[in-house]
Design a protein around this ligand. Structure first.
Ligand code: ATP
Ligand code: MG
Length: 377
């Protein structure tokens, strides 16, 4: 089987690593340069979307911000999965919010803004405090504003107006501020026959809008809620592949924050913590193979490595620690790799996170340090 991935980043790379034992070969299409590249070496192996499509048995995507004309060409080939509709929903918060409503899953109250009058309406409808997000192009907390006080209205409107004016299709989605206790996400897969397998929920810590620490958790009640919402969204989209749902946990009730129609950063822990990792399950699903078990095999956390290209040797030497580099050039804040750390039981994992805090720089790994500080209190 030959799978073409739209996007040539770390997610295509990890799909390639996971596909090899199943004889699934991956090539990656860099949407910007129009090069077909090897997902591990980045070597250019071809050019042009038509060639890339021709060579592939199946086409999928590692990101959602893909121009619609490219998605339409892929759709017309009859080879694209999960579905172009799902990718469009992940890339446009207006479509995403409409989808969540149609799937009848709880999500924050919202209002779409194109003009100053809309902004006033949004303040009426959604209330203050309010989170404002660009409909297109946002990721890692970018393209967002927080309206906490009416005195900020003019300032925020000026910035949003500039964002709206930048492209014809841009808008802002105003959302009620959700006073969540924590953030969790559910990664799961839906196969061509409609069967669904979800991983245990992950609890996610963000620092400055970017995921820094993700830990698989066991919570039967939340897991049930999350799985029902996952199934509802996946069925609505007739989805095939791995899908992630991000949630706010408000005192034991989950609200969907957003969806990611792809393998997800909060599912990287499955490489060491689950029977079958998310990358393999995505490939299994899109290639029409049976899904692999999503069972937790040991307590696992994932730590993102941001803007760093080296780690102390002791990290690699630590029992239960697995380092995954993405082969990228170092840049401030860039996702360069991740560490999966495992323990045979929760207490052991917690001790290892504390041991890692002693090895890792506090500025670069704030979430691990925060965990260790709270743990010792
Ligand atoms: P990513 O794609 O990296 O997950 P993003 O840029 O798409 O991020 P969101 O996930 O929508 O953005 O928001 C980023 C973070 O901002 C959330 O993880 C959450 O901490 C906070 N946030 C977003 N929406 C709300 C809300 N309505 N109420 C409170 N906090 C929010
Ligand atoms: Mg998010």
């Amino acid at each position: 089987m030959h799978v073409l991935v739209l996007g040539a980043g770390q997610l295509a790379r990890m799909m390639s690593l996971a596909g090899a034992p199943l004889n699934i070969e991956i090539s990656a299409y860099d949407v910007g340069s129009e090069n077909i590249v090897h997902p591990l070496t980045q070597a250019v192996i071809g050019r042009g979307l038509a060639n890339a499509i021709e060579q592939a048995d199946v086409i999928t995507a590692e990101f959602e911000h893909i121009p619609h004309h490219i998605l339409d060409i892929c759709e017309n080939s009859g080879k694209f999965l999960p579905s172009t509709q799902a990718i469009k929903a992940g890339g446009d918060r207006r479509i995403e919010k409409a989808l969540l409503d149609q799937a009848d899953v709880r999500n924050a109250k919202y209002y779409v803004i194109k003009s100053r009058e809309d902004f006033e309406q949004a303040i009426e409808h959604v209330g203050i405090p309010m989170v404002l997000k660009s409909a297109l192009g946002g990721y890692d907390g970018k393209g967002q504003w927080r309206l906490k006080d009416l005195s900020q209205t003019d300032q925020i409107w000026n910035e949003m107006a500039e964002c709206i004016a930048a492209t014809d299709t841009q808008a802002i989605v105003a959302e009620e501020f959700v006073p969540f206790k924590r953030e969790v996400s559910l990664v799961g897969a839906r196969a061509k026959d409609g069967s669904v397998a979800v991983y245990p929920l992950a609890e996610n810590i963000h620092t400055d809008g970017v995921l820094t620490l993700s830990t698989a958790i066991a919570d039967t009640e939340l897991q049930e809620q999350a799985k029902a919402m996952f199934t509802s969204v996946a069925e609505r989209l007739e989805y095939v592949g791995v899908l992630a749902l991000e949630f706010f946990d408000v005192d034991g009730t989950l609200l969907v924050n957003e969806i990611a129609p792809r393998v997800h950063n909060s599912g990287h822990w499955t490489q060491q913590g689950a029977e079958t990792c998310q990358f393999e399950n995505h490939l299994r699903a899109v290639c029409g193979l049976p899904l692999g078990s999503t069972k937790l095999i040991r307590s696992t956390s994932m730590i993102n490595i941001l803007g760093e290209d080296t780690l102390p040797a002791e990290v690699l030497a630590m029992d239960g620690c697995h380092v995954h580099w993405y082969g990228k050039e170092k840049r401030a804040g860039r996702k360069m790799g991740h560490i999966n750390v495992c323990g045979d039981y929760n207490g052991e994992l917690q001790r290892k996170l504390c041991a890692l805090a002693n090895l890792l720089d506090k500025q670069a790994f704030p979430a691990v340090h925060e965990f260790a500080e709270n743990f010792s209190e």
